[in-house]
Design a protein around this ligand. Structure first.
Ligand code: AP5
Length: 222
């Protein structure tokens, strides 16, 4: 592993902009993006038994049981690309027990980014979200519209992106957020996520640039 490789976690309510910021962070810093929700959706798409079970919880906006999620995330973190380039963990941990498991496996993040967004904004972001199945890119009909007609025609919507379901996801988030925050107080960066995506990224970029430079200095590679 490179001495300066970073281990970052990003957290926030549903549709707070985690995936959007991860696209910007990985583009600049080359970290491996590991999103618990994406791993679960891939499991559903594979038709596995775990995927079938996971979908039942996701439909209700509840946390998928640890038996399914914890090993899935651990295995991805241990892949050579994550170990070599550093990782950006998105949407994990979401409970105290998930945070404890991560610690027990020896994964210690350098920074815990928390996106803070007002609740009325979250619903609007969820309802307008669209995904490009070809590139994986995240769009919003109003805030990040597709660049071409061709892309617009192939956009899809997530099965849990309705106003009713986001309220359930938000409830689950509220029940767990404080416990998770308490585990990472010393490395937490709270970010105002209500702003335009570029302005949200500027806050994260400042912190990451500093962390990256500190790392290089400490490892003597400057
Ligand atoms: P997951 O897929 O992680 O969903 P989530 O946490 O609800 O978050 P989202 O992916 O909906 O939103 P995001 O914050 O990435 O926002 P985005 O950037 O897309 O999890 C889904 C489910 O899986 C959970 O409910 C649970 O059941 C299960 N699960 C996942 N992790 C688990 C775990 N660890 N344990 C157990 N179960 C787990 O942005 C949203 C929209 O807003 C987009 O359209 C975007 O273009 C737009 N947007 C983004 N930023 C801005 C901005 N600054 N201004 C304007 N628009 C913006």
């Amino acid at each position: 592993a490179k001495p300066e490789h970073l281990k970052i976690m990003i957290s926030g309510a549903p549709a707070s902009g985690k995936g959007t910021q991860c696209e910007l962070i990985t583009k600049k810093y080359g970290l491996v993006h590991i999103a618990a929700g994406d791993l679960l959706r891939a499991e559903i798409a594979s038709g596995s038994e775990n995927g079938k079970q996971a979908k039942e919880y996701m439909e209700k906006g509840q946390l998928v049981p640890n038996e399914i999620v914890v090993m899935m995330v651990k295995d991805r973190l241990l892949q050579p690309d994550s170990q070599e380039n550093g990782w950006l963990l998105d949407g994990y941990p979401r409970s105290l027990s998930q945070a404890t498991a991560l610690k027990e496996f020896g994964f210690r993040p350098d920074l815990f980014i928390v996106l803070e967004v007002n609740e009325e904004i979250l619903v609007e972001r969820v309802v307008g979200r669209r995904l490009d199945p070809v590139t994986g890119k995240i769009y919003h009909l109003k805030y990040s519209p597709p660049e071409t007609e061709e892309i617009a025609a192939r956009l899809t919507q997530r099965f849990d992106d309705t106003e009713e379901k986001v309220k359930l996801r938000l409830q689950t988030h509220r029940q767990n957020v404080e416990a998770v925050l308490s585990m990472y107080e010393d490395i937490t960066l709270k970010v105002n996520g209500n702003l335009r995506k570029e302005d949200v990224f500027a806050q994260i970029d400042d912190a990451l640039t500093k962390l990256f430079e500190d790392r290089k200095l400490n490892s003597g590679s400057l």
